[in-house]
Design a protein around this ligand. Structure first.
Ligand code: PGA
Length: 219
């Protein structure tokens, strides 16, 4: 069986009081086949990490962003060393960051470099098969803009086409995930495709029971 990733992107949602109930009730993880990663906003990362450790929850904690710089005078930024204290993964290049915060290839390259330097695994979002992928990226998430938060997902067939195309470029990418309006009803269609190695989930990851159902529906 191929390895499958289920990545939750909470985006700019939830408050500290919401974290304690985020128990996905997963019995196994880290068995080499399934990796579940939950990416809250920075303010909630510490709380979620504590919850995972105290309750022995079977998922990893990831960040939604990382500074393109190291430590120093960069007001508002969270650098790689700081992210690494809590996280094994970081989402980089999400289209919302490109659109609303002007992130561009050069900056994203630096963010990937900072992640790798600090031994954090970047989950690099691409919008189509022609999106630039920086060197050193192992996990790519194909997220067509028209599918994000719209209830209008891409087809599994097209996701497979893009995933295969990315893999065929021999850039060092090992896993291609699909993201954009993934839900409990459509997840299986995506992960069944040969070159699709999991999903990046926004809206359907906010409720822990729904996200747990989505993970179960995929296997
Ligand atoms: P969505 O978001 O699942 O709410 O469409 C996916 C994403 O942007 O990562």
């Amino acid at each position: 069986m191929k390895k499958l990733f289920f990545v939750a992107n909470w985006k700019s949602n939830k408050l500290s009081g919401d974290v304690d109930s985020y128990d996905l009730g997963l019995e196994k993880e880290g068995d080499g086949e399934t990796e579940v990663v939950v990416c809250p906003p920075f303010t909630l990362i510490d709380g979620l990490k504590r919850l995972v450790e105290e309750k022995g929850l079977k998922f990893k904690v990831g960040a939604q962003d990382i500074s393109p710089f190291g430590e120093g005078a960069y007001t508002g930024e969270v650098n790689g060393k700081q992210v690494k204290e809590f996280c094994e993964y970081v989402i980089v290049g999400h289209s919302e960051r490109r659109d609303h915060f002007g992130e561009h290839d050069e900056m994203l390259k630096r963010k990937v470099a900072q992640a790798l330097e600090n031994e954090i695994m970047p989950i690099y979002c691409i919008q189509d098969e022609n999106t630039f992928v920086p060197e050193g990226v192992s996990i790519v998430a194909y997220e067509p803009v028209s599918a994000i938060g719209t209830g209008n997902p891409d087809t599994p067939e097209n996701a497979e086409r893009v995933a295969e195309s990315v893999m065929s470029k021999n850039l060092g990418v090992r896993f291609v995930l699909y993201g954009g309006s993934v839900n409990v009803g459509n997840v299986r269609g995506f992960v069944e495709k040969e070159h699709v190695s999991g999903v990046l989930v926004g809206g359907a990851s906010l409720d822990p029971d729904k996200f747990a159902d989505l993970i179960k529906a995929a296997s």
